[in-house]
Design a protein around this ligand. Structure first.
Ligand code: SF4
Length: 416
């Protein structure tokens, strides 16, 4: 019986196999370490396995007691489903000519007790984005109900559901959980890992961006349908297929007023970069219920290196959070998590300061979908900082801020 998690690799034909004698490793920034059983959970249902081109895997040779880079083989990583946060990235060395990895997260995989394991935490037990057992025939029938609709946004969501399998778009047609309300083709940031826009020479964006601004009537029609059909409904501005919704705040404001004229049910939510505080204030006054503000870092310089903001700063983001809290709105952080970066001691201290200052309600621990080694090259965090570990910082925050919620998905107001 093998007692330690074994390295999984792929050959040139993309055949995946275990390499007895080599223990599985994980990477945290510059540091490579052996994955122990305590780090691992069974590969979650809905994960996808990737083979990483232009790269050599790193394993721990148990006989020699050394880390080895294995030529002529390829690293294998998992893209784990929403609800799980990775605690290490896959360990590898880049070859001389290396292309950028597509916009996914790359969790190491290990062979242990006859199955595949990954280092991850199940941070949210809800199944909002689980489309493993999706009935495509039912989805097509639900979409066909709207075939004669003049609402452009419904047809956009039908495309998102059927071509990109966007879980929120699917959930709108099936009358479940959270419904997307994309509104803004424009953005005032240039995030390195933006999934709807990538500059030439980078990797491809994973979702096409919305090309029009819907009217308040189009938005309100969809939101009201979802609220009517769905228990504990959430309707959300700020989706993967758009830019920054605060740039479309005037139409969103009108839509919120129309929705609230009809019903007080449902949670009206916005996922945002939090850049424009005056627009946040206007939406609070119109009746929005909650915000989720995205950050890769609680440190100004590292935030700016990733977001590349145009016409706003990290200070404005903090002001927007304070404004939303001042209006008693529920505020979450979408904390884009990268092992070896998020769990650095200086980052942890900055996050603690931010939570203490703003009294946010929740952290969503979402994996940062970006080429891991390239992320560190672009971020250039100072070297030598102590790493606390992703799971330990979650535990420390739970102790320090007992009322702070931890999860992955937006919450309906009934759960606040
Ligand atoms: S704020 Fe959102 S839409 Fe804008 S660049 Fe960043 S990820 Fe893309």
């Amino acid at each position: 019986m093998i007692s330690e998690p074994i390295l999984l690799v792929a050959d040139k034909k993309k055949k995946i196999f275990d390499l007895p004698g080599y223990q599985a490793c994980g990477q945290s920034g510059e540091r490579v370490s052996v994955l122990s059983k305590d780090h691992l959970i069974p590969l979650p249902e809905g994960s996808n396995l990737f083979f990483l081109p232009d790269r050599d895997p790193v394993g721990f040779n148990a006989a020699s007691g050394t880390y080895e880079t294995l030529d002529d083989l390829y690293p294998v990583a998992a893209f784990i489903p929403p609800g799980y946060t990775q605690t290490f990235t896959v360990a590898y060395q880049e070859r001389a000519r290396v292309g950028i990895l597509p916009l996914f997260s790359y969790t190491p995989v290990a062979w242990y007790k006859g199955r595949i394991y990954v280092p991850a935490v199940r941070i949210d037990r809800r199944k909002n984005h689980n489309i493993c057992s999706l009935d495509k025939g039912l989805l097509a029938r639900k979409i066909s109900v709207f075939k004669n609709s003049s609402n452009r946004l419904i047809h956009h969501l039908a495309g998102c559901a059927q071509a990109n399998f966007c879980p929120n778009a699917i959930n709108f047609f099936l009358g479940k959980y959270e419904c997307p309300l994309p509104t803004s083709p424009a953005c005032n940031a240039r995030c390195l890992g933006c999934i709807s826009y990538q500059p030439q020479g980078s990797c491809s964006a994973t979702q096409p961006r919305l090309t029009f601004v819907p009217t308040a009537d189009e938005i309100a029609e969809i939101a009201l349908l979802h609220i009517k059909n769905t228990p504990r409904a959430v309707v959300s501005f700020g989706q993967g297929c758009e830019g920054e919704p605060l740039l479309a705040a005037s139409v969103i404001r009108r839509a919120i007023i129309m929705i609230r004229k009809e019903t007080s049910r449902g949670t009206i939510h916005m996922n945002t970069n939090g850049s424009l505080t005056s627009e946040v204030e206007a939406l609070c006054e119109a009746g929005i219920d909650s915000f989720r503000v995205s950050l890769n870092s609680a440190q100004e310089e590292l935030y700016h290196r990733y977001y590349i903001p145009r016409g706003y700063s990290f200070m404005d983001v903090q002001r927007s959070i304070a404004m939303a809290k001042c209006h008693k709105k529920f505020v979450s952080l979408n904390y884009l998590t990268m092992p070896g970066f998020t769990d650095r001691e200086d980052e942890f201290k900055a996050l603690v300061r931010l939570i203490s200052k703003t009294r946010i309600d929740m952290i969503q621990w979402r994996n940062l979908n970006y080429d891991p080694l390239l992320y560190f090259k672009r971020m250039k965090p100072s070297s030598g900082e102590k790493l606390l570990g992703v799971e330990p910082i979650m535990t420390r925050l739970q102790k320090q801020f007992p009322k702070l919620r931890h999860g992955y998905f937006n919450l309906p107001k009934e759960s606040w």
